[in-house]
Design a binder for this molecule. Structure first.
Ligand code: ZN
Length: 457
């Protein structure tokens, strides 16, 4: 069994020096010992930090990042962006999905994410027929994760309607649309595929309260294993809240709570426009709020009141969603900075127990992310998987920083190439700042993007 010796490691109780970490052949941590002599250990030359779980990804949207930044409507918004996104969703093939997802997952690993929850609703071929008996899209995403070496929580997503009150879907949504029965059959079809791949598991998912009825949600919950996480987009846009008020006479989460009791399995994605009472309810039920600050900024969604939510003991995690940003430090910085710009204050998400903003953000999102992915990650600790990042202590900006400020310096002063190496399940995937198959994946991605963009033009 390999024993790693790190001069500095961030353990559950904070920074420790001279840490020996024993990892078993399955990539699980079996022991950590601080103040170790280093004898018979592989010596590492950086500071170890747990790898970040990414709780919200739509891998195919990476293919359009940067292509929606020109004004095509008098009032560009989430809804006009969505039209463009549908064009990509209608066109992409399983092979293109594999290449785009594999390269994206390589970028996520280099950016500090070691596991990802894929919120997947491209269930059908471009004519609207299911991929069966082999689900080629699921297989493409799963292989991409295996080949890049990132852990995966696959979330097949139920998507049946185009709006509240069971409004019929549009032609543009034909690759997403399933009945409850089709969804449950798909889950049974892909279960063995995911179960056969290391560091992969599944969860349940509802696209949104626009796309599913309460009856569908309760029926699916009865069928799914009760240790699966459950994800849902909610209250991302004010228009969605207004529609809910018009149709149901109440706000989305309040309406959901009348049909389903939320618990720690739930991950509410965005939740931007929750009311104060809804935030209180979500915090009490120990649900994770899945924040994607760079995408929420990109789409003009609004700002979640994270100060209030954390003060109530609420749980949060981060996701890169549309992948306009694939870097942990940038995502966390966006999270804190949106709160500062709103409150006109500094260090908004720090607390009395954790006065370092970087440390508080990291601890909260590691814990919330691990809960949302239902994977044994988020800590360098016995019983957790050996998923970690090695910060480069040869970087002069970090070398001269005391450990009390190291996380803040990494996350807020953003030294270039601060992450020197990344391990997932006991295997190094990034070394010297670069993923081991990046060059090969880059050529294949170029070919895939060329064919996708030709098909789109
Ligand atoms: Zn999303």
């Amino acid at each position: 069994m390999p024993h790693y010796f790190a001069p500095l490691a961030y353990l559950p109780t904070g920074w420790h020096s001279d840490v020996c970490i024993e990892v078993d052949p399955n990539g699980m941590i079996v022991a950590t010992t601080a103040n170790h002599s280093g004898e018979n250990c592989q010596r590492l030359s950086g500071a170890l930090v747990p790898g970040m779980p990414n709780l919200h990804s739509h891998a195919f949207q990476r293919a359009m990042a940067g292509l929606s930044e020109q004004r095509n409507h008098p009032h560009d918004s989430f809804w006009s962006w969505r039209e463009q996104m549908y064009q990509v969703a209608l066109t992409i093939t399983p092979e293109q999905m594999y290449q785009i997802a594999r390269y994206l997952y390589i970028e996520l690993l280099e950016g500090g994410y070691t596991s990802v929850a894929e919120f997947h609703y491209l269930h059908h071929d471009p004519t609207g027929q299911p991929y069966a008996p082999v689900d080629e899209m699921v297989d493409a995403i799963s292989r991409a994760a295996t080949d890049a070496g990132i852990a995966l929580t696959l979330l097949p997503t139920l998507y049946s309607y185009s709006d509240f009150a069971s409004a019929p879907p549009s032609q543009m949504q034909r690759r997403f649309i399933q009945s409850t029965e089709q969804y449950l059959r798909q889950i049974e079809r892909i279960k063995p595929l995911i179960a056969g791949r290391a560091q992969q598991r599944m969860g349940g998912c509802f696209h949104s309260l626009r796309a599913c009825t309460a009856q569908q949600i309760t029926q699916v919950l009865e069928e799914l294993p009760n240790d699966w996480p459950i994800h849902l987009h909610i209250s991302e846009q004010q228009q969605e809240v207004n529609r809910s008020l018009a149709v149901h006479g109440t706000t989305p989460l309040h309406w959901l709570s009348e049909h389903v009791e939320l618990d720690a399995r739930w991950c509410l994605i965005h939740a931007t426009h929750l009311s104060e009472a809804e935030r209180h309810y979500a915090a009490c039920q120990q649900a994770v709020i899945g924040l994607c600050p760079s995408t929420e900024a990109s789409l003009g969604d609004g700002i979640f009141n994270a100060v209030d939510y954390l003060a109530q003991g609420g749980r949060i995690g981060i996701g890169s969603d549309s992948h306009v940003c694939t870097d942990v430090s940038e995502e966390l910085r966006w999270l804190e900075y949106t709160q500062r710009l709103t409150a006109q204050q500094r260090n908004c998400l720090a607390s009395r127990a954790h006065p370092s903003t970087g440390e508080r953000l990291l601890r909260a999102t590691l814990q919330g992310g691990a809960q949302a992915l239902a994977q044994p990650v988020g800590q360098i600790n016995t019983g957790f998987r050996a998923d970690w990042l090695m910060l480069d202590l040869d970087n002069p900006w970090l070398m001269q920083t005391p450990s009390t400020h190291l996380l803040d310096s990494w996350l807020f002063a953003h030294p270039k190439r601060a992450i020197k190496a990344v391990m997932v399940a006991g295997r190094w995937r990034v070394q010297s700042g670069e993923h081991d198959i990046k060059a090969q994946a880059s050529q294949a991605l170029t070919d895939a993007l060329r064919s996708l963009r030709q098909a789109l033009s």
